[in-house]
Each structure stands twice: as structure tokens, then as C-alpha cells.
Design a protein around this ligand. Structure first.
Ligand SMILES: [Zn+2]
Ligand SMILES: [Zn+2]
Length: 347
């Protein structure tokens, strides 16, 4: 039913979220309606509230690490029924027609900017609507808050690590020990990399090692980075602050690559000549396709990979945003709709 639901929306660029009642979109043939129990808070939500990507329409209901129960299915949906617990990540649909969708890489859909689950309204709400092909059934014993974070932060770092894992103890440097980085360390360890965590905070050493890092470096220390010249086969950049990219890139072995899943706020500089003479690559990686998502969820369950999560009630969303902006979250915040609705949806 196309009923009214209650969410939290930014009414204009950069504003605090307010309670917002709205009519849900019509259910299309392949759509599912999901009664939201949990939704993670990702830095991309904050970027979108600030319209950093220039794609946000207001009022804007953020939220794209969604777990809940299917409350309604469109006539063409297969494999999902009312009551199923599912997870939805950033991608809520795709055109299914472009060259990328046709070859199964829907996350690279030509129209990707319009395909976020937050269009028209995201997961900071009692209910959301998405194409059922992007609603993933979850392993029964996986906690909802774990699944929520894996659906965006998890896939973002698993996909590049999995794509380049060759099983021979490649040396990877995980740059940044935060929401993305603390998961990347766990995945890289499980995928048999030799893992070095690089952080600007020396106090994260103990935790990084406990998560599975073999080594720890203070990334802002130029002399330390200098000593690491030609050390890594790969760097996975998970940060969102400024960094000394010239020094970082010089820690790569020849033919090495830096994969970016996070990015600094401004364009960054490095020595182009280093790329040429050391044959370095700087590449990006965006989420993953549906097969990779299913694999990542199963792998996480099998290997016990779990984000460290703080739970907060959905009504405290603005406080949660403040904590993330101030870098105080350890390491991800998941908002919970109270009371959690068991079994079947009630919309
Ligand atoms: Zn995200
Ligand atoms: Zn497409």
C-alpha cells in the first residue's frame, strides 16, 4: 500500500535532519517495500546532505546501509516474500539496459547517480522502497547491525581486496583505520595478505593489530614513510582527509597500485614522474556487483568479519552525524528504529 511513512530529512543543504512524513513511491513490478529496523550512518550520507556530489534533491532522507523486513513485493519479484529479512546497500536499483548492467556490473550503471536507494527516500525512515534485485537475503545468524555496515563499507573494501588477492601474501597497506579501514584490515587478513595499517593516530595501533594487521605505521610521519620506500604491492586508501600522497605512493613497489575507496576533500598532488618510472597505478573502486555482494556477505559470515558498531536510536540521528563528523564514532554508527518489528512488516 502506498501509505505515509515517517523518516528524517534534511530540508535544505547542510541542515540538521527533521522528522518528515511523506507518501512512499508507487511499488513498481520488481520493487520491494522494506520495513526498516536498522540503518547505518555512512560518510556518504553526510556528503549528500551537504550536496558534495551535486546530485541531492531536498527534502532528502539519507540512509543506505539498510536492514529490515520485506513488507510488500511487486508482481515480478522472485525469491523474496513478506517477512524476509533483507539488506540493501547504496545501490537501490539500476537501469538493467546499459552495457554495464547487461554484463552484470550494475554498480557501474550509466545512470548510477540516480540509482541510490536514497532516491527518492532512503533508510533513515520507518520504511523504504527498492528494486528487489538489490535486496539481499541475510545469513540467519548475522546480527542486523553487522549486516547494515557490511552492505556499504564492507563491499567497498572487500571488492578491491578480493579482486587483487592472489593468495601469495601480497603486501598491502591499509591507509586509514576508521569505518572503512577497520573492516579492510579484517578482510585483508582473511584473504591472506601481509597487512600493514597506516593511521595518523598512533593510539590506534593496538586495535589495528587486534583486528588482524601484521604491522602498524603512523602515516603522517614522513621519515617513517621514507623508510618504507618500495614496500607495498598495493595501498588501499580508505581515508577522507588530506594526506601526503607523494610520500605514500613512494611506499609502493614498482608496478604497485593505490586503490582509492575514500578520497580527500580536494584534488591531490603527486609526482607524475614517479608513476612513469616506477610504473605505478592510481585507481578507484566503487562498491561491487551483485555477485560480489552475495559473496562478501557469505565470506564475512564464514570468517567472522564484523564491523565495530555503536547503536543509537534513529531519533538521535543528528547526534550520530555530529559524532561521525568529529571522528568520534568507533567505528560505525547504526541507527535503530524502536521497537524493532519482528517477522512480518506491518506497513
Ligand atoms: Zn556508504
Ligand atoms: Zn545500467
Amino acid at each position: 500500500m502506498n501509505s505515509a511513512v515517517l523518516g528524517y530529512a534534511a530540508k535544505a543543504v547542510g541542515q540538521e535532519l527533521e522528522q518528515f512524513s511523506y507518501m512512499q513511491p508507487e511499488l513498481k513490478d520488481y520493487d520491494v517495500r522494506v520495513s526498516v529496523t536498522h540503518c547505518g550512518l555512512c560518510f556518504s550520507d553526510i556528503h549528500a546532505i551537504d550536496d558534495y556530489y551535486s546530485i541531492t534533491t531536498f527534502p532528502f532522507v539519507p540512509g543506505h546501509e539498510i536492514v529490515g523486513h520485506v513488507s510488500e513485493v511487486g508482481p515480478a519479484v522472485s525469491g523474496l516474500k513478506e517477512g524476509d529479512r533483507v539488506g540493501i546497500g547504496w545501490q537501490g536499483r539500476s537501469c538493467m539496459q546499459c552495457e554495464w548492467c547487461l554484463k552484470g556490473d550494475n554498480h557501474l550503471c550509466t545512470d548510477i547517480a540516480d540509482m541510490g536507494v536514497w532516491t527518492p527516500y532512503g533508510g533513515f525512515s520507518s520504511s523504504t522502497t527498492a528494486d528487489g534485485r538489490f535486496a539481499y537475503p541475510l545469513p540467519a545468524s548475522m546480527p542486523s547491525e553487522t549486516a547494515a555496515v557490511l552492505l556499504c563499507a564492507g563491499i567497498a573494501v572487500y571488492s578491491p581486496l578480493r579482486s587483487w588477492a592472489t593468495g601469495r601474501r601480497l603486501k598491502v597497506g591499509i591507509v586509514g583505520v576508521g569505518g572503512l579501514g577497520h573492516l579492510a584490515i579484517q578482510f585483508a587478513h582473511a584473504l591472506d595478505y601481509d597487512v600493514t595499517a597506516l593511521s595518523s593516530s598512533p593510539d590506534k595501533e593496538g586495535e589495528a593489530l587486534a583486528l588482524g594487521a601484521d604491522h602498524f605505521l603512523v602515516a603522517r610521519d614522513k621519515t617513517v614513510l621514507k623508510k618504507m620506500k618500495f614496500s607495498f604491492d598495493m595501498l588501499l586508501y580508505t581515508g577522507h582527509g588530506d594526506n601526503d600522497f607523494t610520500s605514500l605512493l613512494r611506499t609502493l613497489k614498482k608496478n604497485g597500485k593505490m586503490v582509492m575507496v575514500g578520497f580527500p576533500p580536494q584534488p591531490f598532488a603527486f609526482e607524475p614522474v614517479d608513476l612513469v618510472v616506477y610504473q605505478l597505478s592510481v585507481v578507484g573502486s566503487f562498491l561491487g556487483n551483485r555477485a560480489m555482494m552475495r559473496e562478501m556477505l557469505a565470506f564475512s559470515q564464514e570468517r567472522g568479519i564484523k564491523p565495530k558498531v555503536e547503536l543509537m536510536p534513529m531519533s538521535q540521528v543528528n547526534e550520530a552525524i555530529r559524532r561521525v563528523k568529529e571522528g568520534k564514532a568507533r567505528y560505525r554508527i547504526v541507527l535503530v528504529n524502536e521497537p524493532e518489528r519482528p517477522g512480518t512488516g506491518t506497513d
